[in-house]
Design a protein around this ligand. Sequence first.
Ligand code: B4P
Length: 331
Amino acid sequence: MLPQEIIAKLPSQYEKALASGDLFFFPSSVHHHYESGVEYEIRLCPALQKKPQLPPPDFSSTVETPKNDSKPFDPFAPPYNTGLFVGYLRDQRQDEEEYVILLNKYCVVPEHFLLVTKEFRLQSSPPTPDDLFNAYALIVAARKKLKNVIAFYNCGELSGASQAHKHLQLIEIEGDGPPIEAIARQIHLETPDKPFSVTRLPYANHVVRFPSNLATSKPEVVEGLLTQSFVSLMDLAISSIRYDVDYPSGKASYNVILTLEHMHIIPRQTDIYTLDTGSTLNINSLGFAGMFLVKSDEELEAVKKEGVTKILRAVGVGNVHDEQVKGVTED
Ligand code: B4P
């Protein structure tokens, strides 16, 4: 299926999966919280306390294969749950189907869906040019239907990922985009094609702004630009990590947020934050998009009291962007 066919099929497939019980929707309420000039969204979802506990992901494999009996269950391997299966995504460039589109079984926002590699690939491996191209193609297709969809990728053990089989996630955002996108748009760039950072945030965040015609550019241009953006942001993310003497050993973890206008990369040093109350939050890419998820009123109050910025700094790494890139000013 082409990206536009996937987008067109999502609403009916979602309704079907909900009705058949293949998909669980957890109702929530959104609370706005102002801090450091950012209007954060904190989503309170008590129903998630009833979500079944999934086994921890196994990121240890170094071989990109196979299921064997000692491997934990892979929900993204065939045979697919027919209720959650939207279709195989056809890549317009190669006329190939390397991805399957599945609905998120446990969703807080309706029609939250996953771009999953057909073959097993590790969630700790970087997004490939094909991954980025196809995620962007879905974002563009959604925009043509007047839907504001973003993609995100929780890469690595400390990024908030809960499944080891490679999957990017796509979610519809109300309004203009996630809070961090509003902030990124306000940054004045002297050299628009250079990476920049929201320097008033204390954690490392690396961003590239796309040319305004990217969505209508030729596929090879889109792929080239997304790849180049990723590579330049990863250079900065690794550099940020190297400033952090306490960064855990092993492969780096990071979050990628892809919108129609920007790519954001945020290096991570841990996935879990323990609130003063003792309760723990698992922070994924959406947290760094400015969208927090809490499961009780107590957690909501604790997050507001301790501060979103402090929490994000604790699970990210320090912002040393000024020392890395020159020629950028913030309005
Ligand atoms: P991961 O990258 O591995 O992890 P995650 O999004 O952080 O989800 P997690 O599983 O830790 O969920 P959480 O309770 O924190 O993504 C795996 C994805 O696969 C998830 O979307 C998961 O639901 C889905 N999945 C698992 N088993 C599946 C199966 N058998 N078939 C199909 N899909 C399956 O959060 C609950 C949900 O809320 C997650 O979807 C999360 O992405 C989402 N969420 C988090 N913060 C949010 C926010 N601020 N606003 C809206 N949604 C938010």
